[in-house]
Design a protein around this ligand. Structure first.
Ligand code: G6Q
Length: 548
């Protein structure tokens, strides 16, 4: 499948900037950040960029001005400009699923329009947002009551993957702004423990379930939704109660009504919204219930700020483009296998998990858009924990291990919960870590501190470990939107360089199909015959004995 968008673009290794970068890499691979900073006293003030309310310091990367120039050329030669326009205008850039990729339309302001296949998608988006808003207002004010007339106090989102990770992350991130009289829970795992623990202290008459599933066929979600219905019926004793305690978020009205949810209580979205790009669609209903429609709109405005920045800013000042190009630089030239993202903000504790799906499901691909197997590395393994916790565990390996791990450190100017000197202590760690990773401690420095000779090598920090520092003034719905969009577009930038489809997920689809084949084999001891490999057959037989 060759698309008109990419047919004129040579394979990655044949793009002139790639060869130039390979040569340039040989020249600067040994250069130390200590020297790069010593040579240019303004480096820390020059290699920065701003957009969408976020500030990026990328000076502590193993780059020179020439590196940035070559990476920007690579972006140009990869068609990033054209592909970005193709995405924003609704072209079917998700080639393997033949779909448009229009999460950017989810946050276009009311009154603007984007016509795709004769339909104004922005008008459709706002129609759903308006319905969500009026529903959220009714629930939050107590006007929407449960079956027994009591207001809803608990909201349980049932969904998995893209229908879970965004909502959980956003709820945790924006908890400061949420209605504290309400309880929010998220059930994703088909392990019944997830459902049981999430609902054990909730009163059914005050509980609303949001069944969030784009397809409304996902095994985990439908299994949990059925258990939720049993739970609600056991507590409320009446089928009629379902209408008051269940709403759905889906693209599949037929399946929603088959399940027994009135499609009046369904909030739709569209096939052009990928699961991992859906937290700002109706999939964000739990977020809106928590923080209210006004603040949800602010979050959308933050996404849109970053969309505009991405679309309109020259590449060498463009935050998502710079982050994306640096990821390619470390992954493909330095051979970095992983990348760390460490938010120095407890509210962002689920942000790394959210990013894992966004980055790894999008760019974990081994063929190009036309199906050719790649001969370079694609998406890195993303991971992280909030600071400062990580510093007391795995940072050791980042500082002194043998692997290169580029790290993003995310911090804020102000705390939402100021207490004594906590915030300055927190932020001093951001700056100190970035500094130590870049500059390390030389043998001489260690010796001058009076370190006994045999201990000197152990205390030496080589430094030259790259970081990006991302700062925003305050964690608000708006900055969260901008931060998520920053990574969305960075992922897109990387995907364009690698000429892969960042918007399909055939590996995930495979998992969905495989397990359902084995279920009947676990339930019955006689038939059907087992036709797997010898290991799978033996494991199934052992499990049959264990489950008796
Ligand atoms: C996301 C993936 C995947 C998906 C889940 C849930 O991009 O496609 O994580 O979101 O498998 O799918 P449903 O929303 O259809 O239940």
């Amino acid at each position: 499948m060759t698309t008109s968008m990419t047919s004129s673009i040579p394979m990655l290794r044949e793009r002139p900037a790639w060869a130039a970068l390979a040569k340039h890499y040989d020249e600067i691979r040994e250069r130390h950040l200590r020297d790069l900073f010593a040579e240019d006293r303004m480096r820390g003030e020059r290699l920065v960029a701003e957009g969408g309310g976020l500030f990026l310091d990328y000076s502590k990367n193993r780059i020179t001005d020439a590196t940035v120039t070559l990476l920007v050329q690579l972006a140009e030669q990869s068609g990033l400009r054209e592909r970005t326009e193709a995405m924003f205008s609704g072209e079917r850039i998700n080639v393997s699923e033949n779909r448009s990729v229009l999460h950017v339309a989810l946050r276009m302001p009311k009154g603007t329009s984007l016509i795709v296949d004769g339909v104004d998608v922005v008008a459709e988006v706002h129609e759903v947002l308006d319905r969500m808003s009026s529903f959220a207002e009714r629930v939050r004010s107590g006007a929407w009551t449960g079956h027994t007339g009591k207001p809803i106090r608990n909201v349980v989102n049932i969904g998995i993957g893209g229908s879970d990770l965004g909502p959980v992350m956003a709820y945790e991130a924006l908890r400061h702004y949420s209605d504290r009289a309400m309880t929010f829970r998220f059930v994703s795992n088909v392990d019944s423990t997830d459902f049981v623990e999430a609902t054990r202290d909730l009163a059914p008459e005050e509980t609303l379930f949001i069944v969030s599933s784009k397809t409304f066929t996902t095994l985990e979600t439908m299994t949990n939704a059925r258990s939720a219905r049993d739970w609600a019926l056991a507590g409320l004793g009446d089928e009629a109660a379902i209408a008051k305690h269940f709403v759905a978020v889906s693209t599949n009205a037929e399946k929603v009504s088959e399940f027994g949810i009135d499609t009046e209580n369904m909030f739709g979205f569209w096939e052009w919204v990928g699961g991992r790009y859906s937290m700002d669609s109706a999939i964000g209903l739990s977020t809106m219930l928590a923080i209210g429609p006004g603040r949800f709109q602010e979050m959308l405005a933050g996404f849109h700020d970053m969309d505009e920045h991405f679309r309109n800013t020259p590449f060498d000042r463009n935050l998502p483009v710079l982050l994306g190009l640096l990821a390619v630089w470390y992954g493909d030239f330095f051979g970095a296998q992983t990348a760390g993202v460490m938010p120095y903000n407890q509210y962002l504790k689920r942000f790394p998990a959210y990013l894992q799906q966004l980055t790894m499901e999008s760019n974990g691909k081994h063929v190009t858009l036309d199906g050719t197997t790649v001969d370079y590395d694609t998406g890195a393994i993303y991971w992280g924990e909030p600071g400062t916790n990580g510093q007391h565990s795995f940072y050791q390996l980042i500082h002194q291990g043998t692997r290169l791990i580029p790290v993003d450190l995310i911090g804020f100017g102000k705390s939402l919960n100021p207490l004594r000197d906590h915030h300055d202590l927190l932020m001093s760690n951001v700056f100190a870590q970035a500094e130590a990773l870049a500059f390390g401690r030389t043998e001489r420095e260690v010796r001058d501190e009076g370190t006994p000779e045999p201990i000197v090598p152990h205390r030496v920090m080589q430094g030259n470990r790259p970081t990006n520092v991302i700062l925003a003034e305050l964690l608000t719905p708006r900055t969260l939107g901008a931060l998520v969009a920053l990574y969305e577009h960075s992922v897109f930038t990387q995907g364009v360089i690698w000429t892969i489809d960042s918007f399909d997920q055939w590996g995930v689809e495979l998992g969905k199909a495989l397990a359902s084949r084995i279920v009947p084999e676990l339930e019955s001891e006689d038939a059907p015959q087992l036709h797997h490999d010898s290991s799978t057959n033996a494991l199934i037989r052992r499990y049959r004995v264990m489950r008796r």
